[in-house]
Design a protein around this ligand. Sequence first.
Ligand SMILES: [Zn+2]
Length: 503
Amino acid sequence: MPFWAVLLLYSFISLFVFHVPLLHYILEHEGGWGLVLSVALAYICTTNMLLVLLSLPGNLCMQIAMALLSLGNALALYYINTYHVFLTKSMMGNVLHTNASEVSALIGGHLWLFALLGVALAVLFLILPMARAHLRAKLGIFLTSALIFLVWSFTHTKQWLFLDHHARYIGGLSLPYSYSVNALRVLLASWHQSPPKLFDNLSFKARRTIVVLAIGESARRANYGIYGYARATTPKLQERLDKQEILALKATSCATYTTAALSCMLTCKQGYENLPSFLHRQGVKVVWLSLNDGQPSMHVDWHPGENTWKRWLQAKGVDGQTLDFDMALAHALPFVIQRYVNHNLLVILHLKGSHGPLYVDKVPKHFAPFKPLCTHSEPNACSVESLINAYDNTIAYNDMVLDAIIDNLQHIQNPALLLYMSDHGESLGEHGLYLHGTPYLIAPDVQKQIPFIVYANPMFKSTHHFKAPLQDYDQRVIFSSVLGAFGAQGMSDAYNPHWDIFQ
Ligand SMILES: [Zn+2]
């Protein structure tokens, strides 16, 4: 077969066998057939260019690459097809950090069928008789492909908006780029990470003190009744505020996405150990319970996987219907406290909170004080009213969760403190923006203005005094205030009295 024909054969087989989910995604999101054609053309052009480069050491090198890519694509297609995943950078991060028992759960089903398909194609490309091509011919194919790609792109600029909007998902379905490039990005990021430096030790005055740090998700202050929202989304917290049991403080997030905002709360100095690791090293018991993801790497005393601690809660007799929701974290609290009752204890609860796009998913089905609801996973497909209703229900649910946590702490004999802060805010259609993650400089205030709620039980108040509240807090307030709550003594870069809310 002529060299150019082999390239086209590979491109077409690869496009029509492995990219049905991608083409389907474009049509499903109303990209239209014009976009399907553009993406197909872009795929063929870039594949030609890649294969020409791989053929430079010799045709065999390109044939081996075509065989390996066919096998890799077939396996990737199985997971895309079966689990409806996009092989984005974070997904490849999950894949590479998955442990052996989780992997074994993912092997089975019709995987062998896809593997067989991959092997068959691999053999085809290995044994295909292929004519040699001159370097000039290869250069011609490379430049022609590049030219078609560029001319087509710049004559179809109207399609860029769609491509930009869906870039992560289109990238996550383009094989082999999705898994190869994204896996490389994950590996590069982890290689660049040097182990965190250690802070100087501190001693802690407190005994048997419990600090609960509840980290919210996409909870914007504007929709909290206690901060002046017209709707009563936080009746239980309002009652406690009226009785002066809690402080409703204002804070501004340092970022508009989870991992960066978590790092602002839990890291006080770049390159140094984070709050959980530091306290764990200082002998404070640290527990991380999460229904969310995006947590930093850390050393703690107990960080059960979601399934482990759900089974554990079930064994403790907790209602199965709440296990998937934030209330489960509140229910877990008394058992965790009991487990470490004679220690200083930091419990970090990473809530599901109000994570979009599907807000109705974050609260139990029967819980809907505000109706009608947006049940669509694309928020712009709903009326603004129904979207806000669905969002406000998550805030009302959060009100009950925080109330239940406070209720726990109110009735124990140890000094106990709750700090609740959201990671960042959320857009609900204002200026045509939805969700969060808008670049910080241009992000609207609703994505940055977050609640910071503090509760201290009577035992805690007898030994700690609050400073006069500030107008607005930085997320860095968490690190030093938690140390302050444990009565940090001594000199360490870990503790900055300026950021401590206690005197
Ligand atoms: Zn978040």
